[in-house]
Design a protein around this ligand. Structure first.
Ligand SMILES: Nc1ncnc2c1ncn2[C@@H]1O[C@H](COP(=O)(O)OP(=O)(O)O)[C@@H](O)[C@H]1O
Ligand SMILES: [Mg+2]
Length: 208
């Protein structure tokens, strides 16, 4: 799964919801943090109601702070393989993969991520990658480091300004092999997680 969006649109929040859900099912999750420290992520996500710390204590959630510039791309690849072999997670989060662009050309990153995705798929691991896109061009190949075509599911998060207030929007750009909604759905981040505001009903559905 690829989650694209500008800064602050809720990518890490969605990644936290994904990780939290896996841990609730008793599955192990490996969270590769390319931007914030694990401490920061745990604190920030606690503010929207995800209590990730206990999962770390229960050895279901494993954070790995991967400062992109410390290693080259090849070493990142080896590191991810080693961690996945050791932890044997059911799900892996890479947040945000676009931070790798500071250490390589787009083509190199694409080829590295292709190998990561192939490897994870072979192991039956579900992956969620987040991708930072600059404001205007959410589907820009450059900013999505060319990996969108490798993804089975691609979500886009946006902020829309309407009449002085900001709305958070989520849409599914693609999802292979399944019928999916083509609606642009509004969602909210609150202190009890993420809620979708469905168009069919005005009621909120909490999927956190
Ligand atoms: N308790 C809260 N209630 C509502 N919104 C919140 C709360 N805590 C954080 N946020 C919002 O969440 C946003 C951060 O989302 P995040 O998932 O980190 O975005 P991204 O990873 O896409 O940059 C902040 O910009 C803030 O607006
Ligand atoms: Mg983030």
């Amino acid at each position: 799964v690829l989650v694209s969006g500008a800064a602050g649109t809720g990518k890490s929040s969605l990644a936290a919801a994904f990780s939290d859900a896996a841990c609730r099912r008793g599955e192990r999750c490996l969270y590769l943090a390319f931007e914030e420290s694990p401490g920061q992520i745990i604190r920030n996500m606690a503010s929207i109601g995800f209590d990730l710390d206990p999962w770390v204590g229960k050895k279901l959630l494993f954070f790995h702070a991967a400062r992109p510039t410390v290693f080259g791309l090849e070493q990142h690849l080896v590191m991810i393989h080693n961690l996945a072999d050791k932890i044997r997670p059911a799900v892996v989060v890479m947040d945000p993969v676009t931070n790798l662009s500071s250490i390589g050309e787009t083509a190199e990153i694409t080829s590295m991520l292709t190998r990561v995705i192939d490897y994870l798929k072979m192991q039956g691991i579900t992956a969620l990658f987040t991708s930072l896109t600059p404001g205007g061009s959410p589907t820009d190949e450059q900013t999505d480091v060319g990996i969108s075509s490798l993804m089975d599911t691609w979500l886009l998060l946006r902020n829309a300004e309407t009449g002085g207030s900001r709305k958070r929007l989520l849409q599914i750009l693609k999802s292979r092999g399944m019928a999916h909604s083509s609606q642009v759905c509004e969602f909210e981040l609150g202190d009890r997680g993420i809620s979708l505001i469905t168009a069919e009903s005005t009621g909120k559905r909490n999927f956190s």
